[in-house]
Design a protein around this ligand. Sequence first.
Ligand code: NDP
Ligand code: HSE
Length: 439
Amino acid sequence: MKPIRVAMLGCGTVGREVVRLLHEQADELAARAGAPVQLAGVAVRRPHKHAELGDLVTADAPGLVTRDDVDVVVEVIGGIEPARTLLLEALKAGKSVVTANKALLAEDGAVLAEAADASGVDLYYEASVAGAIPLLRPLRESLAGDRITRVAGIVNGTTNFILSAMSASGSSYADALEEASRLGYAEADPSADVDGYDAASKAAILASLAFHTRVTAADVHCEGIRSVSAGDIAAAAEIGCVIKLLAICERVPADAGAPEAVSARVYPAMIPAAHPLASVHGAFNAVFVEAEAAGQLMFYGQGAGGAPTASAVLGDLVAVARNRVGGGRGPRDSAYASLPVRPMGAVQTRYHVSLEVADRAGVLAAIAGEFAHHGVSIAAVRQTGGGDGEPSARLVVVTHAAPEAALAATVGVLTGLDAVRAVDSVLRVEDLGREGVAG
Ligand code: NDP
Ligand code: HSE
C-alpha cells in the first residue's frame, strides 16, 4: 500500500510521544489504518535540540506543510501563530489536519473548518479537549441522534492538580503549580491554565459540538483559580463540598421572550463532596454529558500529559489515514442551529457568600432584606464567632438559584452596608444535575 505521509509541527511534550508511538507501533498502526503511517518530517523552532530526529527535523515549517509527499499535517506547536497560517496553508494544499490546539480552534475553528470543507479534507482535534478521553467523537458521532442539554466537568488538568493538592495536603498554590509544570501538564504560559483560558477554549469547542452552534472563547465567561484560598476550601468542606474549576456548557430553554440559547462558562465552584466529579483528583479530567434520550453519561481519564494526549492524536491520525485509504472524509462538525449565547448576567446558579459582619441586633435582618430586595432567595444562613464581647462575626449565606446579575447587585449593596465589615468571598455552588448541596 502507498504509505500515508505525516508532517509533524512541534516536537515537545506531546509531539515527542507521538513520534515514539509512531515508531513503536508502526506495524499495528499500518494494519489498523490500511497503509503504513510514516513520518515525512518534523518542524520545530530549535532543530539543534532534536538530534534524535536525524534527517527528519527541519526549521522550515511552511515548506514542510505544503510538500508534495505529505498527506496529513499533525500540529502540536500550540498558540495562534504560526499555527493558524501553517494549518490554513496545509488545508489549502489538500492535506488533512490533526491538531491538539484548543486555543486556535476556539478562536478560529470556523475558518479552519471552512478551509477543510473547501479542500474536501479532514480536520480532527480529539486531543484538544480532555487529553486522552474520547469525548469529541462521541459528541460529534455517537450522540448525533440525540439532543444534548448539558456538557459540564473538569477539563483542565493543571488547575485540578493544584486544587487537589491544596485540598488534600495543604500544599501551597505556587508549589502545586510548579509540580504541574514539571510533569508537563501546564501550558507554555501557565496563566492560560490558572486564569481559566485553557478551560474556556475547551468549553467553546464542547459547546460548539454539543449544540451545533459556533461558540468561540470570547463567548465563554471565564474566571480562574488564583483567588481560591485555603479559607474557601475550608468553607466548602463546612457545607459538605469541594471546590473544582468547572467548564459548564448548557442549552438554555426559551424563557420570557428570550429565545433558546446556550450558556458557556468557566469558574471555580463548590460541588457536593458526594458528586462523582468531587473524586476526580490530580491531572485527571471528567466530563458529564446529559442528553434527552441518553440521560447522564460520564467520561473520565487523563486530561493532560504527553503520552495520554498523544493517544488521542494517534487515534485521529489513524482515522484520517483510514479515510485517505478509503478515498473519503470523515463526519464533519455542524453549526446549523446558530443559537445565541446567553449573557452571564442572566445565567442562574446558587451562591455561597461569606461575610464579616458586626455582631449586633438587626444585622442579620438587614442583610437578609437586601437578598430579598434583589429577588435572591436564601437557602441557609450560618453564623460563627461573635458573642462574648467579640465585635464581629462570620456570616455564611447559601442561596437558591438566582440570576448572576441579581447576586452581583446584592453583593454590591452589602459591601456598602455599615454592618458589613467585608465580603470575604463569593463562590458559586453547582449541583450539576444532582440535587443535594447542603444549605
Ligand atoms: P511544548 O511547548 O512542549 O512543545 C511545543 C513544540 O512546538 C516544541 O517542539 C517547539 O519547538 C515547537 N514550536 C514552537 N514554536 C514553533 C514554531 N514557530 N515553528 C515550529 N515549531 C515550533 O507544547 P506541548 O507539547 O505541551 O503542547 C502542544 C499542543 O498540544 C498545544 O496546543 C497544547 O495546548 C496541546 N495540548 C497539550 C497537552 C499537554 O498535556 N501538554 C494536553 C492537550 C493538548 P522546540 O522544541 O524547538 O522548542
Ligand atoms: N494545560 C492543559 C491542562 C493541558 O492542564 O489540562 C491539557 O489540555
